[in-house]
Design a protein around this ligand. Structure first.
Ligand SMILES: Cc1cc2nc3c(=O)[nH]c(=O)nc-3n(C[C@H](O)[C@H](O)[C@H](O)COP(=O)(O)OP(=O)(O)OC[C@H]3O[C@@H](n4cnc5c(N)ncnc54)[C@H](O)[C@@H]3O)c2cc1C
Length: 401
């Protein structure tokens, strides 16, 4: 192929945005088609910690590390694991000097906006939800949910459209499955100002109160916000049976909080305190994942990054690996943009094989599955956390010799 391939990305989440930014830095034209009507039409979620080998690396390669440092919260990286009776089983105070500090937190909205601001004007076509991708005549055609929008044709399409990707069916028939755990996602505002005890409990980061196949996970965000996940290991039907879905959808937050409090009867007041105060927003989030490693035959016209390729339950890696995928795929594209078919396919396959390997390495002992479990989940989680930290210390020590 002599001329440059034309490239489109579906989805302006972190995976798609990193991919677009790197392509533009490498002078490759790119358009992102995004379903949301505007950059601010949806609440983007809570705090993310950036990992050196993935999220931070993508920020650096995107030449946005200095911008990131202006909004990052290096002081909010602490974790506490607490039993339902209030016993603290693990606290960051146990960590040796130097163990805290390389996973800075950032509010997802700020991070996403930083990438949006870095793109050339008009790169993102808002309100362009893609309904399907048809591959024919050595091209990929995007069709839109809004039938008034004309289909558009590209040489290569990156599916960065998350868990329920409309691009993925071009490559595989796999669909995510309910992971057996649902989060009730609650945002509390002005926490330090109005509820100093709740702010103190979450300290500089995250407090996870675990047990009895449930959890209250409180996460400090910027701007005096605390995000709380009330987590349940329950079948999907339970959400309707107890009326949670209809209460939350109907905006009846006070009644929903009453219902939640009943579920956590007998839990320590530090944890239930988060459910007793009015909230800014509340959402029901059933968690979905691929049960197995997701692979497909490489296609010269379509690939995937992030959750579209390897969604798992939240494990602190999802956004980070979506960013790394965006970086790696953009580099593979840029280096082969005018290459012949064989070299192009080899480059895309090389990216996919590595992504599929890395995107599926669940750590048995520190997964959400292990956290939201029966018996004394907190004590087990704390023991596993210590074991992993010791292994990380040993590895770091070994590497320096
Ligand atoms: C409750 C919860 C907490 C989490 N916490 C963390 C954490 O602390 N750290 C971490 O690293 N990860 C976390 N994750 C995982 C992380 O959110 C995802 O892995 C990450 O957002 C994936 O990025 P992405 O770009 O692949 O997809 P997304 O962020 O889902 O972005 C997809 C984009 O595509 C758009 N889109 C969707 N469909 C279409 C369509 N048909 N047409 C056009 N556009 C479309 C969407 O509007 C969206 O903008 C968490 C996940 C959940 C559910």
């Amino acid at each position: 192929m002599a001329s440059q391939r034309s490239i489109a990305i579906v989805g302006a989440g972190l995976g798609g945005l990193v991919c677009a930014r790197i392509l533009q830095l490498r002078n490759i034209p790119v358009v992102i088609y995004e379903r949301e009507p505007t950059p601010t039409s949806r609440q983007q979620g809570g705090s993310l910690d950036m990992h050196a080998e993935s999220g931070t690396k993508a920020l650096e390669m995107a030449q946005l590390l200095d911008e990131f440092k202006k909004v990052a919260r290096y002081e909010d990286q602490n974790i506490r694991i607490v039993g339902i009776d209030g016993t603290i089983h693990f606290a960051d105070e146990e960590l040796a000097e130097g163990q805290v500090g390389d996973r800075p937190e950032v509010d997802r909205t700020l991070l996403r906006q930083m990438f949006l601001d870095s793109l050339k004007p008009g790169t993102v076509k808002w309100n362009h939800g893609v309904s399907k991708v048809i591959q024919e005549n050595n091209k990929a055609t995007l069709h839109f949910l809004d039938s008034a929008l004309e289909p558009v044709v590209y040489d290569f399409v990156v599916g960065a459209d998350g868990t329920w990707s409309r691009v993925r069916p071009t490559l595989s028939s796999v669909v995510p499955e309910y992971a057996g755990i649902t989060y009730i996602d609650i945002f509390l505002a002005d926490v330090k100002k109005n509820y100093p005890d709740l702010a103190a409990f979450v300290k500089g980061g995250m407090a996870m109160v675990l047990g009895d196949n449930k959890g209250i996970l409180a996460q400090k965000n910027g701007n005096d916000v605390v995000r709380v996940y009330a987590a349940f290991r329950k079948p999907l039907a339970w959400l309707d049976e107890v009326g949670l879905n209809s209460l939350v959808e109907g905006g009846k937050h006070a009644e929903a909080r009453e219902l939640l409090l009943k579920q956590f009867e007998g839990w320590c007041p530090e944890a239930t305190g988060y459910l007793k105060v009015p909230c800014l927003s509340m959402d029901v989030r059933p968690l979905y994942q691929f049960k197995n490693r997701h692979t497909w035959d490489t296609n010269p016209h379509v690939s995937l990054v992030g959750d579209a390729a390897h969604v798992t339950v939240p494990n602190g890696e999802g956004a980070n690996s979506a960013m790394l995928n965006g970086l790696d795929l953009a580099n593979a594209i840029a280096e082969n943009i005018s290459a012949n078919e064989e070299s192009w396919l080899k480059a895309i396959k090389g990216f996919e094989v590595e992504m599929q390997r890395c995107g599926w390495e669940p750590d048995d002992e520190l997964t959400l599955d292990a956290f939201i479990s029966d018996g004394d989940a907190a004590a087990r989680a704390a023991a596993n956390m210590r074991k992993l930290m010791a292994m990380a210390m040993a590895a770091a020590g070994g590497a320096s010799h």
